[in-house]
Design a protein. Sequence first.
Length: 224
Amino acid sequence: MLSVFDLVAEHGAFCVVSKHPGVSFHRQGDEPGLVETVRDRLGMPALWPVHRLDRVTSGLIVLARSAQVAAELSAAFAAHTVEKYYLALSDRKPSRKQGRVRGDMEKGRGGAWRLLPTALHPADTRFFSTSLVPGRRLFVLRPATGKTHQLRVAMKSLSAPILGDALYGGSLADRAYLHAYSLGFTLQGQAWHFTDLPRQGEAFVLPELAARLAEAPPWSLPWP
């Protein structure tokens, strides 16, 4: 059976898994989705999703084991109190090396979204970038909101589309190089923090990436 996730943590109230790239959140025809697969393979009678990742994105997902926990975690995500950090790679230099991308988003053609100059209900992303190896630039992304394709659109707006993200003009690669690396939240008065290094993608498993993250963890950066 195809492996679609790695178990990161299992708790009485929730479980945390690392989704593989190319895996859909929900069932697609005969192909079971992530939640269904996790439930079946871990032998859990029910799981409640409280957030999601795009099909092309890998990384951390928390799944609640009861409706009560799902409601509490969903409220935390809605209130933007969950601390999230993503990693992305691009083979192009950005228009800015660090800062903030903020604006409304509108759905365009072919399933892509675009950034607007208005800010009525804006997507909000802060970022830092640095050269990783020749021809590869690492972006650490901190979204304050959770809009559809938010990070992919933000990267395109910086003239540095994600490597492998063909929908937004990224160069061809073995995967789209976007990964949910770190997730922090408080549940029932207890703080939890999880990290997950990328496991798939030849450009993500470089030793330079792990070394850079150890040297400068995302939460230690001087965020704008």
